[in-house]
Design a protein around this ligand. Sequence first.
Ligand code: NAD
Length: 375
Amino acid sequence: TTVGVVTETASGERRVALDPDAVARLMPGARVLVEAGAGVAAGFPDEAYRAAGATVASRSEVVAASTVLAVVRCPDDALIASLRAGQLLLGLIDPFDNLDRIATLAKAGITVAAFELLPRTLSRAQSMDALTSQSSAAGYRAAIVAAEAFGRYFPMMITAAGTARPASVIVIGAGVAGLQAIGVAKRLGAVVTGYDVRPASRSEVESVGAAFLTSSVAEGAAQGGYARAMTAEELAAQQAELAERLVGFDVIITTAKVPGRPSPLLVSSETLAALKPGSVCVDLAAGARGGNVAGSVDGSRIVTGNGVTVVGAGQLAAELPTSASQMYARNVVALLSSLLHDGAVVIDPSDEVHANVVLCRDGEIVSAPIRKALG
Ligand code: NAD
């Protein structure tokens, strides 16, 4: 098998699918081709890949010679057009937001494996869980971005010139990213509250030393440990209830997502208008399918008329490119080891991991949730 790695095509993306360390780990069984410069933005020069045993080549050479193409995010149309039938494309493809591209890939006979479809609760799948590794990186960055955008200290400061009270931070959505954001904000000295609709998250939030707040209007646990999508009425009631609570906070970090569904709008424009000047919202759910904060735009920083900074931060793991790539590469190697047998990609539909992550092959969409989303 030849595993290819190209420079990511999504704008602002600095991660790379394999780091030199992962190349070395793949080497005995596979040949690795890396596009020249692919790792530079993540801190991995071509030399480091060569030293690990990879061959550095042009993008077209990498694509032409690879049986497996490992990516971080869904490739752009130009790269997709250069792929060929039978190749395996593997990454955080974000299939529900890239349905047109999925249809194109399927039609072209390309096999696509998406980390988003991994059965995460399976203990065997944990080493492959790229959603978790990247959410951790994003959550860590979220607290740092918030502290950086905030005009006051996070910790309580007792100085000769006076005392500053600590910042109050609320993290909405206490999953992988949220818990990480809570931990970092606490370590920076803020007073932190966690909020989630899954009852199970209370103990997780309290175990990292934060106060817990939940919705009295909706209990949101669904299958597989995820939150369910709220009805429009529940969401409106949740927004109204949150609005009252949120005005007291200096910093709001939102991470609330529902797999395959639009992210719930939890901080309405009315709530934003009621926040204190100088408050900061960091929205990790910002993206193509909306976000948790009204008006947030992924990759942009907006200051509202009343002086609230809204940071659209849907791809924060890309801002920690070295660590995020190292963790991601481990997930790629783990998934590849499950897919490779005697040096060839073998998809076994009776294997729970394979049956879920592979969304199309041999010209067919084989994933039930994706088939449903495509209609
Ligand atoms: P996610 O990114 O899909 O969502 C982030 C958080 O937002 C979740 O905690 C969710 O409950 C919350 N949320 C959704 N809608 C909300 C709303 N309307 N109001 C408030 N909060 C809302 O989730 P995630 O972080 O990837 O993981 C979700 C759960 O799965 C967590 O409990 C996590 O610990 C668990 N998990 C388990 C495994 C495993 O078993 N190996 C691996 C990864 C995650």
